[in-house]
Write a protein that binds this ligand. Structure first.
Ligand code: PMP
Length: 423
């Protein structure tokens, strides 16, 4: 039964555009209506009709420990008693910045903001201020939040033109965003050769997870490190998803490549709204009031959000075996898919992130991801949802594992996936 969810969705549409506060939640790509969630504990969501679902979305990444981890909830409840926001410095901001610097190899100094979008927008401003250059390179299919300059698609014709990918974004705002192809070194090289002294930074998801999960080919991240150095540009890793997920030190630890700037979000806030950006001190000293790059926020470093972030990072730090457990569970699902679906799908996995692309060829970039059979994905999604398994309501999003997923739930999920492919 999902009567109450349906009723709420109809009502939501009267007051909220499309009935949701973030587009993918509307189930537009898979049909039907979204389930309205009433509560979540460990690896289970409970919707307003009382249906329980095993959750593989994990709030799009923050939920690495599962929902409502008792230690995090307790600390947040304690912190609430002392007030929700002060707009003045707190000890917890210092503790979180110290933890980030300890855990993420390339970060010395960091700034807290309230979302991944803000983190990326600010990191790019810093890169531009530091290099005194205007252009940036991003990759087709990578998502870096919804700031104007990053909502671009590659334009037709000349390689270097890019067009807004959303109404309301003036072409002037995207003209400095150049678009390359993920895993395609030549596309990056060409852009640098055409504009050797104009490019401030290359921004990349070190594992792309917003066109479904697409892994960097061997040597690709190292190549980006070298070419940015060669041309005096900065390398920015957008680790909003991969940070503290692929390893305690994120993708940069996992792949052993150090960017100049890193953006974080999701896990660093432990389920509360936080983003962060950071890097070498010399570069971060550009940020106001230390330097000339302006960036600010009323709720930045919010005491409740920092409390949730600190406790989450401490739990991860105390128990590094968590990554082995996460990878093992993701591996079990990957194996079940491969055995049942054979060559009918492409399974991409990096640690506890995975995607099942409904295509028979390898998915290595936006184009190879984009021609997946989204109707088949919709059938797969609804088959699992009917059996109490909640995966991303879009082919082009990741499946997230958490430490709270039990062996029984993983086994049940694997069986349902096998049943789907063996119908
Ligand atoms: N960068 C990446 C890699 C993301 O996945 C996201 C969000 N999914 C963002 C930036 C934007 O973060 P937020 O939604 O918190 O603004």
């Amino acid at each position: 039964m999902d009567t109450k969810s349906k009723e709420l969705f109809l009502k939501a549409k009267k007051y909220i555009p499309g009935g949701v506060n973030s587009p993918v939640r509307a189930f537009g790509a898979v049909g039907g209506w979204p389930r309205f969630i009433a509560s979540a504990h460990k690896d289970r969501l409970v919707d307003v009709d009382g249906n329980e679902m095993i959750d593989y979305v994990c709030s799009w990444g923050p939920g690495i420990l599962g929902h409502a981890h008792p230690r995090v909830i307790e600390k947040v409840q304690e912190a609430c008693k002392d007030g929700l926001t002060f707009g003045a410095p707190t000890k917890k901001e210092v503790l979180l910045a110290e933890l980030i610097a300890e855990l993420v190899p390339s970060i010395e100094d960091s700034r807290l903001v309230s979302s991944g979008t803000e983190a990326v927008m600010s990191a790019i401003r810093v890169a531009r201020g530091y290099t005194r250059r205007d252009k940036i390179i991003k990759f087709k299919g990578c998502y870096h939040g919804h700031s104007d300059g990053l909502l671009v698609k590659a334009g037709s014709g000349a390689l270097t033109t890019s067009m807004p990918d959303s109404a309301g974004v003036p072409a002037d705002y995207t003209k400095n965003t150049l678009v390359a192809s993920y895993n395609d070194r030549a596309s990056v090289k060409n852009l640098f050769e055409a504009d050797p002294e104009e490019i401030a930074a290359v921004i990349v998801e070190p594992v792309a997870a917003n066109m479904g999960v697409v892994l960097p080919e061997k040597g690709f991240l190292e190549f980006l490190r070298e070419i940015t150095k060669k041309y005096g540009a900065l390398l920015i890793f957008d680790e909003v998803i991969t940070g503290f997920r692929l390893a305690l030190g994120g993708a940069q630890e996992y792949y052993g490549v150090r960017p100049d700037l890193t953006t974080l979000g999701k896990i660093v806030g432990g389920g509360m709204p936080i983003g962060a950006y950071g890097g070498k001190r010399e570069i971060m000293e550009m940020v106001s009031p230390a330097g000339p790059v302006y960036q600010a926020g009323t709720l930045s470093g919010n005491p409740i959000a920092t409390t949730a972030g600190i406790e989450t990072l401490l739990i991860l730090k105390e128990d590094p075996d968590i990554y082995r457990r996460l990878n093992q569970k993701a591996g079990e699902i990957a194996l079940a898919v491969k055995e049942a679906a054979k060559d009918a799908v492409c399974l991409n996995q990096a640690g506890s992130l995975l995607s099942i692309f409904f295509t028979s060829h390898k998915v290595t970039d936006y184009e190879s991801a984009a021609d997946s059979d989204t109707a088949s994905y919709g059938r797969y999604f609804n088959y699992l949802l009917d059996r109490g398994i909640y995966v991303a309501p879009s082919q082009f999003e990741a499946m997230f594992l958490s430490d709270a997923h039990t062996e029984e739930d993983i086994a049940f999920t694997c069986q349902m996936i096998r049943d789907f492919f063996n119908q």
